[in-house]
Design a protein around this ligand. Sequence first.
Ligand SMILES: *Cc1c(COP(=O)(O)O)cnc(C)c1O
Length: 432
Amino acid sequence: MTFAKDFSTSITSADPIVAALIAAEKKRQHDGLEMIPSESFPSKAVLEALGSVFNNKYSEGYPKKRYYGGNEFVDEVEQLAIDRAKQLFGAEHANVQPYSGSPANAAIYFALLERGDKVMGMSLSQGGHLTHGHSVNFSGKYYSFSQYGVDKETEQIDMDAVRKMAVAEQPKMIISGYTAYPRSIDFKGFAEIATEVGAYSMVDMSHIAGLIAGDSHPSPFPFTDVVMSTTHKTLCGPRGAMILSKKDDPLREKYHPESKLGIAQRIDKAVFPGLQGGPHNHAIAAKAVAFGEALQPSFKIFAKQIVKNAQALAVSLQAEGLRLVSGGTDNHLLLVDLTKLGVTGQQAETALDAACITVNKNTVPYDVRGPFDPSGIRLGTPALTCRGMKEQEMQDIGKWIGTVVKNWNDPAAIEKVRSSVMDLTKQYQMYE
Ligand SMILES: *Cc1c(COP(=O)(O)O)cnc(C)c1O
């Protein structure tokens, strides 16, 4: 009996149980309508890089400065990812090693803040992220967060209110960029407020990075100090993240008078050896592929179509009588307030799941219900746009969603929609 690893048998025969689960998940993704706004379908090339032998290599350190031998190709692929990321966003510095968005945000705080420092971020219940200061998260425990929200009337960010809070609180960092905010973000306004109060400006563009790369949302560059992005949302890359930043530290004298380091060096030290060990080189290779795709002219058309699709979906949902938080969308996502329909976010999510339309329940601003069964659902168009769907499909899908949420208790109505979904998705093959 040989002890050597089997390098040739494919998973189908090597582990039929896991292989069957992969096949089932592939079919689920293909048959249904994936409308969770943080998800997308990367190209086959991205998935191939992820499944490559770069997985096998240890390379603690950075290109040309490693603690391990044998890194000539790892160096090249990481440098390529760095160069492409910088080019894509016009950034001075890029670190492509963060394992995912949450650890990348931790690295930024670790690089620029001390424990207990004051930070401003949007609360989770109004559209922010857990890592922007929620009390159950490390960010809320280790740093002193002041949380802003949206205006109660417009359900949009009121920049005057943000400025007032910043002046009153005098934070060391101000974060913008969200997970459930359907409107365009005034990154320039945030950077100006940060400059005014002597705070670092940080943007978490995880959700909208693809739109920014594709010129369909204003960019936080070059004026923002430090920008985090996941690579697996609208950027359509592998699960992972990156941190882009200025090279120098404009607030060094105020906050780090003893130090010679710029923001770029602080970030690199915080990611490794501050928080992480060996980089995930298979993910970094896949990031390089995804950034290369995003640099192509066709990516701009793709990004534009994501927004067009979201707007077409908005019109269709409103025609069904659904209320959209803030009255519409400027980006890839929509937040639907179901309160008036007498159905909860959980009931809607479950009914839509039964119709093979995947969304997630979500709080709406000033929600009177709790996060486990909130008043809304959040949906988005990136994944469907990856499949090539356009406004006409969005119009149909909006009608179907309206039918399901209004008939969430009627299995026959849901089954009818499910069968229409199947007919539609059959025409959009993926991962052949
Ligand atoms: C998705 C997201 C994150 C976290 O990314 P993970 O990879 O899930 O850890 C952080 N911030 C924002 C705004 C996000 O949308």
